[in-house]
Design a protein around this ligand. Structure first.
Ligand code: QUE
Length: 349
């Protein structure tokens, strides 16, 4: 067991609380395994009717995954530990996506990468004035995973491509606008919301009751530009569209796109175009990608630049979209060796 996640039962409600405050509750292998074990037990327990997912102490909600461990694994054990982490994390993501009971996720703070992967599959996704949502993997030479290949192309217009290619941060009101959140509550009402759900009230009723008025979503004002300039199918096309637009907004987003890893930007676009038949097929695709991407120079370099040395100056290779060939992408998306493909938890019910 791990002390990095707290697991409790309160009558008919299961409660999972992320408890790794020193790393903004970024997910470790042990946390993923403990969460899956609890959810599997509660899935088949007739006494459990709903699940609450939040963070236990300090700032929340979940900053991502244990990417420095994955980087060390790439350098030291040929990626074996890194692949084990992604395998378990994606199984958790899929278990939540297919979960037969309502899960209520409280995105009360930083919700990035791995935190997106455990909130988006939930029926109820609660944003607050503290929510800071992002898919920033392109900043560290990773790709948008944890189900992003499924969720992002289903967002309004070209918003998914915009989030993946710029690592833009959304606040709670913007999450609600995009459908990334289902409700927006003031953070000082969360304790009351959880208490009412634990007391047996239906989650949707409680959240609708406590939901607050919130500021207009800033992103709504840029939606037209996002759909136009992030509309093209290729990274080169999107960059050309941003270059051709003389607005300040386009200049700022162009700079953001150019600073991200070109290879994983192209990976994201190929993922979004893949149109997988179901969520399990999407996760199997993401596992193939993750197994290759974690061993590449860009991921080693990106984690170094952002999280280890913190110089914010990664040297990507290839350095430009033109250097990323279709053959390179084919290798990243290629099937795993015999017996090494990702599969969901066997359905025990
Ligand atoms: C991109 C990412 C991550 C990131 C920053 C990025 C990520 C992640 C963390 C993170 C942040 C704080 C911590 C920690 C990890 O930052 O996945 O352990 O204390 O986990 O630009 O993908």
């Amino acid at each position: 067991m791990t002390d990095e996640v707290n697991i409790h039962r309160h009558g008919k409600v299961g409660h999972i609380s992320l408890a790794r405050p020193k790393a903004l509750h970024a997910l470790t292998l042990g946390m993923c395994e403990a969460m899956s074990a609890a959810l599997l037990e509660w899935r088949d327990d007739g006494d459990i009717e709903a699940v609450i997912l939040d963070h236990a102490e300090g700032r929340g909600f979940c900053a991502g995954g244990d990417v420095t461990m994955v980087r060390n694994s790439a350098l030291e054990d040929d990626g074996a530990a890194g692949r084990a982490f992604f395998y378990a994390e994606y199984r958790l993501n899929h278990l939540m996506f297919t979960y037969p009971k309502p899960i209520v996720a409280f995105m009360d703070g930083v919700t990035m990468g791995g935190g997106v992967g455990i909130s988006q599959p939930c029926d109820f996704r609660v944003a607050t004035e503290n929510t800071m949502f992002a898919m920033p993997e392109g900043s560290i030479g990773l790709f948008p995973d944890v189900g992003a290949g499924w969720y992002l192309p289903r967002l309004p217009g070209a918003v998914g491509k915009f989030l993946a290619l710029t690592a833009a941060r959304l606040d709670g009101a913007e999450c609600l606008w995009a459908g990334l959140a289902t409700h927006h509550l003031p953070s000082d009402s969360l304790a009351a919301a959880k208490a009412r759900i634990i007391a047996g009230e239906e989650a949707g009723t409680v959240l609708a009751d406590l939901g607050n008025s919130h500021p207009e979503a800033r992103i709504a004002g840029n939606a037209e530009k996002i759909d136009l300039l992030f509309g093209p199918d290729t990274l080169e096309g999107i960059i050309a569209a941003l270059e051709a637009d003389d607005s300040e907004w386009a200049a700022k987003e162009l700079k953001a796109v150019r600073s991200k890893c070109p290879t994983t930007g192209k990976v994201a676009l190929r993922q979004f175009a893949a149109d997988q038949p179901d969520f399990a097929a999407n996760m199997a695709m993401e596992y193939r990608i993750a197994s290759r991407i974690m061993l590449r120079h860009d991921f080693i370099e990106g984690v170094r630049a952002v999280l280890i040395d913190k110089d914010g100056a990664p040297q990507w290779d290839p350095a430009s979209p033109e250097g990323v060939t279709e053959a390179m992408l084919d290798d990243i998306f290629a099937p795993m060796p015999e017996g090494e493909e990702w599969t969901p938890f066997p359905d025990l019910s």
